[in-house]
Design a protein around this ligand. Structure first.
Ligand SMILES: [Zn+2]
Length: 232
């Protein structure tokens, strides 16, 4: 019995290991070591990562993937530092300043996310409608994308965007207009201000924005503990 259990156990890990290895292949350039990251930052200062809370102290954080309160119901990473590459980080600060003048603030669900997390999500939910295929990777892995919403500075309450974060239905699409006027106005405001400072939208997720000049940024596959020394 023990032997069977052992064989089953070994087989299980062989299979899951294989699935993981398969799901983690990528055709996109990716940095896997601290040495490689150091080199890339030394060669181009734009590659530096910037801690968003340090740059934008009143940014509201709700880092869902560090909790089970996300669509995978799994903790996807530990000890997160909300961060982005320098250029999108500076732009996000300008977005926040403009929103502050309207009594609003950004709330961040996710910024940079290690490549391994994209692999893990793909392993849990291998569907391109819900997750990025590791073959191409995600702009979150490149430190140039954010998942955000708007909150009222006085109440701290999120503005109504029509669906929660990571809702993968048509209702979350930016061309879905069968919604109350205030929801459409909130979405339009977020989209307009993000575009003004250099972010692109994706049509299927009202919360996702990516830096327009993102070409050339490589993915990074280092966890947050390993990354700390590289985050300003
Ligand atoms: Zn996103």
């Amino acid at each position: 019995m023990f032997r069977f259990a052992l064989i089953w156990f070994a087989g299980y890990f062989a299979i899951t290991g294989q699935v993981y290895a398969q799901s983690c292949k990528t055709d996109a350039p990716c940095i896997y070591t601290r040495e490689a990251l150091r080199k890339s930052i030394d060669s181009d200062a734009r590659n530096k990562l910037v801690a968003l809370k340090k740059l934008i102290p009143d940014l509201v954080l709700d880092i869902r993937y560090a909790t089970t309160n996300n669509f995978t119901k799994t903790i996807l990473y530990h000890h997160p530092v909300a961060c982005l590459r320098r250029e999108p980080a500076m732009a996000l600060k300008q977005v926040q300043e403009e929103l502050n003048r309207k009594g609003l603030s950004l709330k961040l669900f996710d910024g940079f996310r290690p490549f391994a997390v994209t692999c893990r999500i793909w392993q849990l939910v291998p569907d391109r409608h819900y997750a990025a295929n590791p073959r191409k990777g995600s702009n979150h892995n490149r430190g140039v994308a954010v998942d955000i919403t708007l909150v009222d500075m006085k109440t701290g309450m999120e503005l109504n965007m029509g669906t929660p974060y990571d809702n993968f239905t048509d209702t979350a699409h930016l061309d879905f207009y069968n919604l109350p006027a205030d929801v459409l106005a909130n979405r339009k405001l977020l989209k307009t201000v993000m575009r003004k400072y250099g972010f692109d939208i994706v049509p299927t997720e009202w919360w996702h924005f990516q830096w327009k000049n993102r070409a050339g940024y490589e993915m990074i596959d280092l966890d947050f503990d390993a990354l700390k020394e590289f985050i300003d």
